[in-house]
Ligand binder design. Structure first.
Ligand code: SF4
Length: 286
């Protein structure tokens, strides 16, 4: 069935999304949480077609693939880049260490409430995961009071592509390379060991930055007399730290220790598709 086909009540999925956006977005200050991915592109286009006033913002994580940033700059020059952090990435890693799946400061840094808007439209879809379907709604309120609307919550991936292609909207070239989700480079939460290692090879400048931050983190810990992790036993502590991180998403255990500890609980790929959107998985749980 097409996203434009009429359902039993005479409205298509497209009609329902447009009505939803108008219902929540007319005569208020609207923000589109834009990530450069297909879902937020879809929501942004729908908001334009619904005729509401809106501003699109991308929340920079500093872990972005350069292809994504180039695409946004070229195809969406009007999108505002929101930089909700004070230090450089290397400085942040120096102070906080590399972000891990248990300590995702890279997400926290950008989740400060965006002031000046009454409604935020985001591209969350229930099909993305059972947890998402359970915790998010078409309309809701974050714990910080932000009111949001997910107008394509019931759309499938095929619906999104059908709509974007019907409108002739370009997409980031990473999709053409087989990526089904476009996210941060070497995200400790998403992907698998294989994909993180492949990304480390593909994005050596990111790795160099992570390594620089790791080196400074170790020096800072040593200067403060704090205990370093076992990576400090290595001849190349920063290299060991970054290597562990790329392979396992954590730094405290060697790759071998990690594999042994998680033998009963495999390193299943996670999901953090909120990069750039200013939202997190937990935001649905209000
Ligand atoms: S997608 Fe991964 S790297 Fe990016 S902000 Fe979220 S947890 Fe951090």
């Amino acid at each position: 069935m097409s996203v434009f086909d009429k359902l039993l009540d005479g409205r298509s999925l497209y009609d329902i999304a447009i009505e939803t956006i108008r219902f929540f977005g007319e005569d208020v200050r609207n923000l589109v949480a834009f990530s450069g991915g297909k879902d937020s592109q879809c929501v942004y286009q729908l908001c334009k077609e619904a005729g509401i006033e809106c501003e699109a913002q991308y929340s920079v994580t500093r872990f972005e693939p350069p292809e994504l940033m180039a695409f946004i700059r070229e195809a969406y020059p009007e999108v505002k880049m929101r930089r909700a952090y004070r230090r450089t990435l290397v400085e942040d890693i120096e102070v906080m260490g590399l972000p891990t799946r248990w300590r995702r400061w890279c997400c926290d840094a950008k989740h400060a409430r965006t002031e000046g808007f009454d409604m935020v439209f985001i591209g969350v879809r229930g099909e993305e995961s059972p947890r998402r379907r359970e915790t998010w709604r078409t309309f809701g309120r974050k714990q910080d009071g932000t009111v949001y609307c997910c107008p394509i919550f019931d759309w499938t991936t095929a619906d999104v592509w059908e709509f974007l292609n019907a409108r002739g909207i370009p997409h980031c070239r990473l999709y053409d390379e087989g990526y089904t989700r476009i996210g941060c480079v070497m995200c400790p939460l998403a992907g698998t060991r294989k994909t993180r290692i492949a990304e480390a090879k593909r994005y050596p400048r990111h790795v160099a930055m992570f390594r620089q931050g790791a080196q400074r983190h170790i020096e800072r810990a040593r200067a403060a007399g704090k205990l370093c992790g076992s990576f400090c036993d290595s001849a190349d502590p920063a290299g060991e730290m970054v290597g562990r991180w790329i392979a396992t998403g954590q730094v405290m255990q060697s790759v071998e220790e990690y594999d042994a500890a998680f033998r009963r609980k495999p390193d299943a790929p996670g999901q953090c598709v909120f990069e750039g959107s200013g939202f997190s998985e937990r935001d649905g749980e209000s």
